[in-house]
Design a protein around this ligand. Structure first.
Ligand SMILES: [Zn+2]
Length: 217
């Protein structure tokens, strides 16, 4: 989920972490003395971060906004798994989203498992932020001509020739080589965050279940 690089902290290896969203979509994190605003640095000093800013692409941001609205207005509790791999490990998480007593919405993330990749296999990624490039960001290449691979922000799979692959499958099937030119050089994959259809429909199913339950209850 937070495979993007815009969170102000690196929580990817914590067993459990939460962030909170208030009624005006401002983002809060757990500090040493309670909740504190999540900020990002700008030239004129730190500014309050908004919920939407933690996502690297509009598709994921829109889906999570639907989740936020449903939990806030429908008093639902939603939960689903996601992947957030780092360079050397496959990291499996589950997020539970629920309203707190003080009218915040908590996104509570728990690591379920952490599997190391086979020795020597690393996934060196550079995420191209969709929001900062051209809004019609459908191009398959960066400015310097490198191919940009779409990765799903929820399952971490990579789109290659219209099929979604596990990163390890790309290596095993020789669609991606770690060292194409020299022994020393480790290749960096330029990636662009999005959602695969499987993950998008899985979360949408949770959403429609929550809405249906609310209508019955
Ligand atoms: Zn996916």
């Amino acid at each position: 989920m937070h495979a993007n690089q815009s969170l102000p902290f690196d929580d990817s290896l914590k067993q459990e972490f939460s962030f909170f969203v208030d009624e005006s979509d401002a983002l809060f994190v757990q500090g040493t003395e309670g909740l504190e605003p999540a900020t990002r640095d700008t030239e004129s000093g730190p500014v309050q971060m908004l919920f939407a800013e933690i996502f690297a692409d509009a598709k994921t941001a829109n889906l999570f906004n639907s989740v936020l609205v449903q939990v806030r207005q429908g008093r639902s509790i939603l939960s689903f798994p996601y992947r957030c791999d780092n360079t050397t490990h496959c990291l499996f998480f589950r997020v539970q989203i629920a309203a707190t007593r003080d009218e915040l919405v908590e996104f509570k993330n728990q690591m379920i498992a952490s599997d190391p990749r086979p020795s020597g296999v690393t996934w060196n990624r550079k995420i191209i932020p969709a929001f900062t490039s051209d809004s019609s960001d459908q191009g398959a290449h960066t400015n310097n001509g490198a191919v940009v691979y779409e990765t799903c922000s929820l399952c971490c799979r990579v789109s290659f020739e219209d099929t979604w692959y596990e990163y390890q499958e790309l290596i095993d099937q020789e669609h991606w080589s770690l060292r194409p030119n020299s022994e020393e050089e480790t290749r960096v994959m330029s990636c662009k965050s999005t959602l695969c259809a499987t993950c998008e429909s899985a979360v949408n199913q949770r959403l429609s279940d929550a809405i249906r339950y609310r209508m019955v209850a």
